[in-house]
Design a protein around this ligand. Structure first.
Ligand SMILES: Cc1cc2nc3c(=O)[nH]c(=O)nc-3n(C[C@H](O)[C@H](O)[C@H](O)COP(=O)(O)O)c2cc1C
Length: 335
């Protein structure tokens, strides 16, 4: 493993098990993946259907940390025991999901508004998964100052690590990341911190490493979905991205989806979802995405993809994901 650790972010509907396994057949550079969240359900046992995403991975696949979402400490305990029985020694709590319905119910980012619930969840998680329990958060719901205020609570527990996405829940995935507020939360955190957000290019990672030289763990989601070569590029691979490899990956992904799902619609749905990200760094990507989104059959999808590769327009120049003009200290400025 290199000095830094690259972690695939959970993207529900995108970085699912099948995607991760196909990706690992064609690309390299990721040390770990966190699964899209599994909901916690009350009861004394976990229904096997909830665990299909995290049944132990194929030997060559990316090592996995299962992620859960919920606010019931007893359900968390049952889930983590089940995951331990499957062989997992790590698990992550989603305390960052920004969807308003999730937040209103006190789950995901909503936990940040309920410190008593969060405390119980952390206590239950650390007890059920000793040394292996982590939490993934945002800077707050409305204010990017909230996480800093919550940090003493997080510091009470023996967490494995804390993953921070430097946006508020209100921002969803838009607007600029608040790097200054992230810096404040990072400085106040006694646990290893994983930075997560907007890493799109090697220059993004370099700039972050210069700003935060003691951070060694980096989580990347949309950047990998957009450019499956990105992890290798972040590890220093400067060879031009080979379109033949990209084609082989996409064909494998399509075939594996077809072999796993029944009917064209769900397969098309998955490929459309991925192409939403993949089209972004490709020349001519917008037009191809439009054709893919309008495809009603797999044949139409294949034609759109064939035409893009036949034209071989390649990649746009890199566009960095992080906007450093917003790297301002938080108003509370206590670091
Ligand atoms: C479509 C989509 C699904 C996501 N699903 C999850 C999830 O299941 N669990 C989670 O913690 N974060 C989830 N996220 C947030 C990402 O893990 C990540 O924090 C966010 O995309 C910022 O990182 P990035 O800029 O590298 O993508 C999701 C984001 C998107 C766009």
């Amino acid at each position: 493993m290199s000095a830094h650790q690259l972690i695939l972010a959970p993207l529900r509907g995108v970085t699912i098990r099948l995607y991760r396994e196909v990706w690992a057949r064609h690309f390299s550079g990721l040390d770990l993946a966190v699964s899209p969240f599994i909901p916690l359900v009350t009861g004394s046992r976990v229904k096997p259907g909830l665990l299909t995403e995290v049944v132990p991975t194929l030997p060559h696949s990316i090592p996995l940390v299962p992620q859960v979402i919920g606010r019931d400490p007893a359900a968390l305990s049952v889930m983590l025991k089940t995951l331990r029985d499957l062989g997992y020694t790590r698990a992550d709590l989603n305390a960052g999901c920004p969807w308003p319905m999730v937040v209103r119910r006190g789950r995901g980012a909503g936990l940040a508004n309920r410190p008593a619930d969060l405390r119980q969840m952390l206590a239950s998680g650390c007890q059920a998964m000793p040394d292996g329990f982590s939490v993934k958060l945002r800077l707050g719901i409305d204010s990017p100052d909230s996480l800093l205020q919550l940090m003493p609570l997080l510091n009470e527990f023996p967490l494995h690590e804390v993953v921070i996405h430097p946006r508020t829940a209100r921002q969803m995935y838009d607007g600029s990341a608040h790097i200054g507020h992230f810096a404040a939360a990072f400085a106040a955190c006694r646990h290893p911190v994983v930075y997560n957000g907007d890493i799109r290019t090697p220059a993004d990672l370099t700039a972050l490493q210069q700003r935060f030289p003691t951070i060694t763990r980096w989580m990347i989601g949309r950047g990998v979905a957009a450019d499956p070569f990105l992890p290798a590029r972040l590890c220093g691979d400067t060879t031009p991205r080979d379109l033949t490899r990209l084609r082989a990956f996409l064909d494998d992904l399509l075939d594996t989806n077809c072999a796993t799902l029944s009917g064209q619609r769900p397969v098309l749905g998955r490929m459309k979802e991925l192409w939403y990200y993949m089209a972004q760094p490709l020349r001519g990507g917008a037009q191809t995405l439009k054709r893919i989104q309008h495809s009603a059959t797999l044949d139409e999808y294949r034609c759109a993809v064939d035409d893009w590769f036949a034209a071989t327009p390649g990649w746009k120049p890199d566009t960095n994901g992080i906007d450093w003009t917003t790297d301002t200290p938080p108003k509370t400025g206590e670091y």
